[in-house]
Design a protein around this ligand. Sequence first.
Ligand code: ATP
Ligand code: MG
Length: 108
Amino acid sequence: MNQITIHNLRKQFGNQVVLADVNMTVPSGKIVGLIGPSGAGKSTLIKTTLGMEKATAGEALVLQTTMPNRKILGRIGYMAQSDALYESLTARENLVFFGKMRGSIIKP
Ligand SMILES: Nc1ncnc2c1ncn2[C@@H]1O[C@H](COP(=O)(O)OP(=O)(O)OP(=O)(O)O)[C@@H](O)[C@H]1O
Ligand SMILES: [Mg+2]
């Protein structure tokens, strides 16, 4: 079964086409790496798939559900490449904080 299905996903910022009708699937049990130069659109593909950016056209399904979908967001983890952690907190405090946000019980 596919965990992620991306179908004709298109993303433009103004006239700039960043994702030109991307199709891909990620089956269960596979780890996929997106490789490309800076500005290739790797982050845009992930953000559009999760619904953090609105797709210009096409759709993305995560766990067989069209995104964005709030319930599905609670079942996946996304670590942003920047501004992802609070630098005023320790590594452990970050883990406890984000764990609590997801409803996990972690002893401080
Ligand atoms: N919010 C935005 N508004 C306008 N243009 C954007 C926006 N986000 C990304 N872009 C543009 O889309 C293109 C793809 O950017 P993206 O961040 O997806 O690349 P990337 O492959 O993740 O690069 P990097 O390896 O540097 O992380 C770039 O030209 C970028 O300037
Ligand atoms: Mg990026």
